[in-house]
Design a protein around this ligand. Sequence first.
Ligand code: IPM
Ligand code: MG
Length: 358
Amino acid sequence: MNIALLPGDGIGPEIMAEAEKVIDLFVAEGEPIKTQTALVGGAAVEVYDDPLPDDTLQLCLASSAVLFGAIGGPQYDTLPRPKRPERGLLRLRKAMDLFANLRPAKVYDALADSSTLKKEVVAGLDMMIVRELTGDIYFGEPRGIHTNEQGLRVGVNTMTYDENEIKRVAHWGFQAAQKRRGMLCSVDKMNVLECTQLWRDVVMEVAREYPDVTLTHMLVDNAAMQLIRRPQQFDVIVTGNLFGDILSDEASMLTGSIGLLPSASLNQSGQGLFEPIHGSAPDIAGQGIANPLAQILSLAMLFRYSLKREDLADRVEFAVEEVINQGMRTKDIAKAGERILSTSAMGDAVVAALKNNN
Ligand code: IPM
Ligand code: MG
């Protein structure tokens, strides 16, 4: 089990240190886990002038899985585009062919009143967004900003999918639904965009192989609305890169804190990159107050999906649920008057819970 650790920028290194405590515990228990750390994002630009240095890329390609922190920060926003931290992450996703992005959103009972939505709307919510991650308008050509014959600046991006790209992520959607409540909602904008008409057609073709899954379709604007109106109706959503980017941020807020949500990005061979869905939070970096649970839950997904160690994944998820139930809170999930734990104290609490339940 070779894990590449890419802490990145902002709060990335702080929360990664807490996930490493969990890894250290498993190593102490005798698990054959090896880790290696590398630079990515702004941290890599500062040293190598490249947000994804070749050494980092090679390490990732050679690892069983990548645990990724977060990247980006205002000091990098004025760099030329190829040097920006985000480009490093996009290149890594493409180079590893991580086309299936799983973003679960789960409301913990003890936190149901932390959501900005009413408790009865979100209580018990447990859904997953399967987002296509290596295609769509994110990567489509032509792209760029040019000047046309009238001397006007024109911005261009291209939304494009071939049927194979749709097919392989659709399979992930159906299979995720099979392991859950058997409901898949495919989200598109087929009333306007041809690219997503093809999306719908191909998803319907793939559906013939999954008679046990109930497939529905929803236009993306309606899906954005239904997610806050009645989120409980969703089990698994499968959608393209751009719509998935937007809907997964929306879904995260149903749970009360973006600091709690992990994600997995996988390729056909099961190799994956696992990262919290929150960003690098430069405004709170270095203060020891960030919530490390999304990073720790990303490690759990890494055990489940890339290392096929369901047992370790279950233990980590159980320990996280336990510390939440015990009332342990970092600042982002604490209510007025509740005691606030530091990033490192929260990591220690998870390790203590893991030791107790061994
Ligand atoms: C995400 C992020 C990225 C994306 C950015 C950082 C490139 O928003 O993982 O959702 O748009 O995919
Ligand atoms: Mg996003």
